[in-house]
Design a protein around this ligand. Structure first.
Ligand code: ADP
Ligand code: MG
Length: 209
């Protein structure tokens, strides 16, 4: 199996569902170490993506991700909007005009997305940001693609690593973003952007299963 535009549209649709379902949880995570808007931002952003997909159905996975990037940049705001916008744009560029994406292409796109987040936000691993979900996810995806990997195995590896990475932000002290203003008091809370990143990568599995 390869990933085509139907998968991409299903993925983005499942992202929108996940953000709506987890809106309150993401708001709750952003309350103690942020400004309680992350769930609202992500839900609004992905609802707008659904509208754009209906208005102008994309013909390639890359086009679907590019439309998503542009929409998230304009609708999400805050720190997360430009970061996710860059991630989806880099992944779209990596997919190019291909009608179908293979395991190697998928792993390359996930690494490009991670690199885009790092280039834009300048966070390192351990800074308690979405990078702590994306870096292990991209590395696990690469390892799965280098193995016998099929696309579903690559997506599962990425989602599992992102989920573990998000949980592992709990004890960290934030060094980037709004949570860093709290210093040591940011420890003991999960990073909301790492949590939403894991939801996005889990949705990618659901869309391919
Ligand atoms: P804001 O912080 O502007 O309210 P959100 O609440 O939507 O924006 O998003 C916060 C999330 O953005 C954080 O949980 C973190 O994962 C991510 N983030 C913030 N700054 C950075 C950064 N410099 N690099 C990577 N991720 C970041
Ligand atoms: Mg916030």
């Amino acid at each position: 199996m390869l990933l085509d535009v139907k998968w991409a549209v299903r993925w983005l649709t499942m992202c929108a569902e996940a953000m709506a379902e987890n809106r309150a949880w993401l708001i709750e995570l952003d309350r103690p170490i942020g400004d309680s808007d992350h769930g609202e931002n992500m839900d609004r952003g992905f609802q707008a993506v659904l509208e754009k997909l209906a208005e102008a159905p994309p013909e390639t996975p890359g086009a679907a991700l590019k439309l998503t990037a542009m929409t998230l940049m304009s609708k999400v705001g805050g720190a997360a909007g430009p970061l996710y916008g860059t991630a989806f744009l880099r992944a779209a560029t990596a997919f190019g005009d291909a009608l179908e994406v293979d395991p190697a292409g998928l792993a390359t796109a996930l690494m490009a997305a991670r690199d885009g987040i790092v280039a834009r936000g300048k966070a390192e691993s351990g800074d308690k940001t979405m990078v702590d979900a994306w870096t292990p996810a991209a590395e696990a995806a690469q390892a799965a693609a280098d193995g016998t990997g099929n696309v579903l195995a690559v997506l599962v590896a990425a989602a599992e690593a992102a989920e573990a990475g998000a949980v592992a932000t709990d004890p960290l002290v934030a060094r980037k973003g709004r949570a860093s203003y709290l210093g040591e008091r940011s420890a003991g809370h999960r990073d909301p952007g790492a949590a939403s990143s894991a939801l996005i990568l889990r949705a990618a599995v659901g869309a391919a299963a």
